[in-house]
Design a protein around this ligand. Structure first.
Ligand SMILES: Cc1cc2nc3c(=O)[nH]c(=O)nc-3n(C[C@H](O)[C@H](O)[C@H](O)COP(=O)(O)O)c2cc1C
Length: 324
């Protein structure tokens, strides 16, 4: 309702938005101010052609960045009304945010906002402590609040069945040399503004591991430092698989991740079973759900993760283009 966002508000919110996760830390997003509205777009130049041919990952990441942007604006007292895919002719524009009536942020917005800078992917083994029921419930609520669902994979046989699907998807992906080359291209051993620092990539995979790790890592593993035997696996899904569903799933993902951070939980993502369509369908059937699985998370308690780099705000801003 207000007159529109200013460049100062845009810059402050984008600094929070870019803390969102993205496939291989590609940060495939752009932001701009147009006619007083903030627009969030995918950056097609940052899509991974071999790993993400459909662009699904760019829209999940864009949705996650959009969620941070919404939180940041709300906590600044200038909440937004969001329209998803505002221009049918331009599917790369994921959302347009215009100011709604100013109001005070809610306690939930404040605590989720405070978690943005403390959320990191944690690919290390977690402690065996179970995630308590109230935290599980909060995670499910976080997904539902963003029009998605979260299914927890409970029990040894369900976890083993999931692991089988995930490992087979991993094997399919690993057979593709272009996929492997792309991953190698995004692992960083020197300081860089994007990509996955090898130190954050988790430990070397070992044959006894239940779940497949993506293989960014290289850290040696202390003998006996194995992954938790019965991880809490959570599958996030949307009603369908349109561009809008994927942006909703990205927002829900970030809300779940921030809720987990706020509850003192560590999370790593594993998306191989989402990227291989046969595996995704097997996963959906195993859950007995309608809709489309959009992300898988491993959730537990662990040592604090480590921050990964981001490009600067200037690098992700587009200068406004005059309409017409
Ligand atoms: C769509 C998507 C898929 C991802 N898939 C994986 C994955 O399969 N394995 C993994 O270890 N991390 C995965 N990640 C996590 C990213 O690698 C991570 O977000 C990125 O490196 C930035 O690090 P941060 O999450 O610590 O900020 C994924 C993230 C997104 C958004």
């Amino acid at each position: 309702m207000g007159t529109g966002y200013t460049e100062t508000q845009l810059r402050a919110a984008v600094a929070d938005a870019v803390r969102a996760p993205s496939l291989h830390n590609t940060q495939p997003w752009r932001f701009r101010l147009r006619d007083g509205g903030i627009e969030v777009s995918v950056d097609p130049a940052r899509r991974l052609p071999a790993t993400d041919p459909s662009g699904w990952g760019t829209r999940i990441a864009g949705g996650a960045a959009l969620f941070n942007l919404r939180l940041s604006l709300a906590v600044a007292g200038t909440p937004a009304t969001v329209r998803l895919r505002p221009y049918p002719a331009d599917p790369d524009v994921l959302a347009r945010l215009v100011p709604e009536l100013p109001r005070r942020p809610t306690p939930t917005e404040q605590s989720l906002y405070a978690a943005i800078g403390r959320r990191f992917s944690n690919r290390a083994p977690f402690w065996p402590d179970p995630v308590p029921a109230d935290a599980r419930w909060r995670l499910g609520e976080a997904a539902r609040a963003e029009q998605c669902w979260l299914e927890l994979v409970i029990g040894v046989s369900a976890v083993n069945a999931f692991a089988e699907i995930a490992r087979s998807a991993h094997r399919v992906l690993e057979r593709d040399p272009a996929y492997r080359a792309e991953r190698a291209d995004w692992v960083r051993t020197e300081p860089a503004p994007d990509g996955v620092p090898a130190r954050a990539g988790g430990p070397q995979a070992e044959p006894q591991d239940l779940l497949p790790s993506r293989g960014f890592g290289g850290l040696d593993r202390a003998p006996g430092r194995d992954f938790e035997p019965e991880p809490l696996v959570a599958v996030l899904g949307a009603a369908g698989n349109t561009v809008v569903d994927q942006v909703l799933a990205g927002q829900a993902l970030q809300r779940v991740l921030l809720t987990a951070t706020d509850a003192g939980l560590a999370v790593s993502m594993l998306s191989q079973p989402i990227e291989v369509s046969g595996a995704r369908e097997a996963l959906r059937l195993s859950l007995g759900r309608f809709g489309t699985p959009q992300m898988v998370m491993r959730i537990g308690y662990g040592q604090p993760g480590m921050a990964t780099p981001r490009r600067t705000v200037d690098e992700v801003l587009d200068v406004a283009v005059a309409p017409g």
